[in-house]
Design a protein around this ligand. Structure first.
Ligand code: IMP
Ligand code: MG
Length: 181
């Protein structure tokens, strides 16, 4: 039997166990460490969803790097609203820095489509997007593609590994997909 959890008023079933996620995140950390060894990268963690991915990934970054947090909001319930709000902005000067933006998941790409031009206005040397998960079939904006990702998912709403449904479910180390009502 599949593992089922209840989050708020919906039921979800296990999609990806924690061990499998960890393996892929570790491999991505090693790849980024090799590729950015001489770049002194600044990792920008997109809150709230990316906190768990970032925490695990950064343990596998073995080169000098700094990090910072921003908070972007675009989702309500199980659907993207199509509007992006910067709830907490960047505090530091990113001019000339090599940026790695850490996202939990790229769904429609709306968030990045609006936020990446804002980031470029501050004149970083480069911007790379690393998303733990991507939903390629849901992508609406070609400029919102991830440069790196751990796994492609079907176009289904998921919770766990940092991601929420109505604020709940972020704490699970595994990934779950929503079941029909
Ligand atoms: P996008 O703007 O449609 O690409 O989605 C942006 C944000 O919505 C992601 O960074 C997540 O924080 C959230 N999101 C997208 N898909 C899901 C999902 O399936 N479950 C929970 N949050 C999601
Ligand atoms: Mg996010």
């Amino acid at each position: 039997m599949d593992k089922i959890i209840q989050v708020a008023d919906r039921r979800f079933s296990l999609l990806l166990p924690a061990a499998e996620i960890q393996e892929r995140v570790a491999a991505l950390g090693q790849q980024l460490s090799a590729e950015l060894a001489d770049k002194d990268p600044l990792f920008i963690i997109v809150l709230n969803g990316a906190f768990m991915f970032a925490s695990d990934l950064l343990k596998h970054i073995s080169i000098p790097a700094t990090l910072s947090f921003i908070r972007l909001v675009s989702y309500q319930g199980t659907a993207s609203t199509g509007q992006v709000t910067v709830a907490t902005g960047l505090q530091e000067d990113i001019r000339g820095r090599h940026i790695v933006l850490l996202e939990d998941i790229i769904d429609t790409g709306t968030t990045l489509h609006y936020f990446l031009p804002e980031l470029w206005k501050q004149e970083p040397a480069s911007v790379r997007v690393a998303a733990c998960f991507i939903k390629p079939d849901a992508l609406l904006f070609a400029d919102a593609k991830a440069d790196y990702s751990c796994m492609a998912l079907p176009e289904k709403f998921v919770v766990g590994y940092g991601m929420d449904y109505q604020g709940y479910g972020r704490n699970y180390p595994d990934l779950y997909e929503v079941l029909p009502e």
